[in-house]
Design a protein around this ligand. Structure first.
Ligand code: BG6
Length: 484
């Protein structure tokens, strides 16, 4: 369906995110004809570029991030006709007058300011926008992560933005929530009656969420070293997945109904304090190794990384929820760079049958695997009999093959989320109190590590992380799925 008219202004217009994700996402929506006219995209950055130079830059860069089959020269040209450039230093008041001039005739349209700059600039940008009367009732602001380095800095950023924008205008983006399988997790849980009775401590033994990457720091050493995996991945993506998985059924799909339930999950997370930090967390840092047979260097040898850095590139955590539904069920969270495989998956391990009458592996429980990456899959493992004379059973999966079933192209997370911003749908964006609750749980982990003063455990690139990550889970009698 056609969209309403809009102006999308993104700060950080020459940045990595714009080139890799935002512009390709908008192009794909354009190509699928979701919006054809009455809209405009203005890239804003400090470089002195003419519109033509900007378009060349965008064309060169974006091409690499649009899969071959999706790139169509004519559609691309038509798309870029909507693209403008504005040279502006977001922190300086000068230059906003020109932005105001460009937007002067479109005060009634949906207006989106997408801030994909360092969060430390958000306050000044918002102030400048307001000072130039650029914030209309139809204006929305999108905030990219990381929103702070801890609870206090996140509070400051949110406080500054809240001076200018109302909460209903603020879209805190976590692109994991835009991934197709995350939507499917919602569909699975709330579109089927059969899962709900099982979705609780009496039937679930443990839950595992793994976000593993094979890439290293990819030229973002300076940023990464100041943040590390806990802030880069756990505070946002992993906790958001945990929320969707563990929340109570909301009364509707409305933004606040869903976000209220997610908030309750975050608030139910048992704090990880210094006395249990060693038992419940593992942090690691990759050393040199090999990915798919190719040698790669270690974290400390990467560009912009201090040679004595203690920043973690891997984290495993045993999280627990102190509530009626999940009491006693461990949620094992794990993420890392330079791991053996690129994969994002959620595993729900159900308890074994109460009384085993069948031999061998029959004591294993059923398992639900929800895979976000690299392919989208949902598999439910059931015990079946192996053909033959003997009564031997083993797990076989019922596999929902989305590619086979739905032959349409899959949307990238940013396509969905950008369209949701334009349509004013807040459900998949984080509310301020959620973010605060997430930091409230993360900060003590960070502090605990600092107090311990131990360096992260080393793991070879191309493996599943430090061996301590296995101990974290085998201690409870469980195993990570790829070992199981
Ligand atoms: C980003 C992190 O938020 O997510 C990156 O900053 C990480 O470090 C990326 O690589 C992973 O996203 P995806 O969609 O590729 O799994």
């Amino acid at each position: 369906s056609a969209l309403q008219e809009f102006d999308l202004i993104f700060f950080g217009g020459t940045g990595d995110l714009a080139m890799r994700k935002l512009l390709p996402a908008l192009y794909n929506r354009f190509r699928d004809s979701q919006h054809t006219q009455g809209w405009r995209i203005i890239g804003v950055a400090r470089q002195d570029l003419s519109r033509e130079q900007y378009l060349n830059l965008v064309s060169e860069n974006c091409r690499q991030f649009i899969p071959g089959g999706d790139f169509d020269e004519r559609a691309w040209t038509a798309f870029t006709a909507h693209l403008e450039y504005l040279r502006l230093d977001g922190t300086q008041p000068e230059g906003y007058a020109e932005l105001a001039r460009r937007l002067q005739n479109s005060n009634d349209r949906v207006r989106v300011f997408y801030l994909s700059t360092a969060a430390s600039l958000f306050a000044q940008i918002c102030t400048n926008l307001a000072a130039n009367q650029l914030v209309t009732p139809q204006t929305r602001v999108v905030l990219e992560k990381p929103l702070g380095r801890d609870r206090a800095s996140s509070y400051e950023i949110n406080e500054a933005v809240a001076k200018i924008f109302e909460e209903r205008q603020i879209y805190r983006i976590d692109h994991y929530l835009g991934k197709e399988t995350v939507q499917n997790l919602i569909a699975l849980r709330f579109g089927n009656a059969i899962f709900e009775p099982l979705w609780r401590r009496s039937n679930v033994q443990d839950v595992q969420i793994t976000l593993s990457e094979t890439v290293g720091v990819e030229g973002r050493g300076d940023y990464y070293d100041r943040y590390g995996a806990l802030r880069d991945m756990v505070q946002n993506h992993l906790l958001q997945l945990l929320c969707i998985l563990a929340m109570e059924p909301p009364s509707s799909i409305d933004p606040d109904a869903v976000r209220d339930e997610k908030l309750k999950v975050l608030r139910a997370l048992r704090p990880i304090t210094l006395d249990c930090i060693k038992a419940k967390t593992v942090r690691g840092q990759y050393r040199a190794g090999a990915i798919d047979g190719a040698a790669v260097r270690g974290y400390l040898e990467e560009a912009d990384i201090p040679p004595d850095s203690h920043t973690e590139t891997f984290v495993a955590i045993k999280a627990e929820l102190d509530n009626w539904r999940w009491s006693g069920v461990p949620f094992y969270l794990r993420t890392g760079k330079r791991m053996q495989e690129r994969m994002a998956e959620i595993v729900v391990n159900f308890r074994p049958v109460p009384h085993a009458i069948l031999p061998t592996s029959a004591s294993e429980g059923n398992r639900l695997v929800i895979r976000l990456q690299p392919d989208e899959e949902v598999r439910l493992y059931l015990m079946v009999k192996v053909p033959g004379a003997e009564m031997k059973v083993r797990p076989v999966d019922l596999n929902l093959d989305f590619k086979q079933e739905f032959k349409t192209r899959q949307w990238d997370a940013y396509e969905r989320l950008l369209m949701d911003v334009i349509l004013g749908k807040l459900t998949l964006f984080m509310r301020r109190d959620e973010l605060d609750a997430a930091w409230r749980w993360i900060d003590p982990i960070r502090d605990g590590w600092d107090a311990l003063g131990e360096p992260p455990k080393s793991y070879a690139a191309g493996t599943w992380g430090p061996t301590a990550s296995n101990t974290l889970i085998t201690r409870d009698g469980n195993t990570w799925r790829e070992d199981g």
